[in-house]
Ligand binder design. Structure first.
Ligand code: NI
Length: 174
């Protein structure tokens, strides 16, 4: 496995729409494993392929807490089958928007169909944090970031902050 570098916003590559994978083969499986390693190292609870520069519909998620057994989900071509009318608010962050958080409201239950690491079709019904995390990662596949769910004013503040941090890093040679 290999750790990949994570693209930080603002970056136009994070706004692209990702293409479906034809099938989950060895190369896709390797990417899923590399994404998990990258996510655990960050650390984070979800990562989408476009965040590591691959515009394919692949996400990985693991919301297990420290000390709990890992529970990684590897999903290709995830598709929403159903979302609940009831919603929930979480303070969301994103590995592509380091140290930025904002409350986002989303459906609190979701049913998703996807291809697993063996190219088998599976369905999952998720709720709470897992449902939020899966929806957040699926958004990335359509070029949507969590800040696209908040007010333009708040979004502008966060993106300007990140843009400034990037320029400072570039000057420092980081
Ligand atoms: Ni994210």
């Amino acid at each position: 496995m290999a750790k990949l570098s994570i693209i930080v916003a603002p970056d136009r590559r994070l706004k692209l729409k990702s293409a479906p994978v034809e099938r989950v083969d060895a190369a896709v499986r390797r990417l899923m494993d590399d994404m998990l390693e990258t996510m655990y190292a960050a650390p984070g609870i979800g990562l989408a392929a476009p965040q590591v520069g691959v515009t394919r519909r692949i996400i990985v998620v693991d919301i297990a807490r420290k000390g709990e057994a890992p529970a990684p989900l590897r999903m290709a071509n995830p598709m929403r089958l159903w979302t609940s009318d009831s919603s929930v608010v979480y303070d969301e962050g994103c590995l592509s928007l380091p140290e930025q958080y904002s409350e986002v409201r989303r459906p609190d239950r979701v049913r998703v169909r996807y291809l697993d690491h063996d190219n088998a079709t599976r369905e999952i019904e998720a709720e709470g944090l897992l449902a939020t995390c899966i929806q957040h990662e699926m958004d990335h596949l359509d070029g949507v970031l969590f800040v696209d769910h908040i007010s333009a004013l708040k979004r502008g503040i966060i993106l300007r902050k990140l843009g400034k941090a990037k320029r400072t890093d570039a000057l420092a040679g980081a």
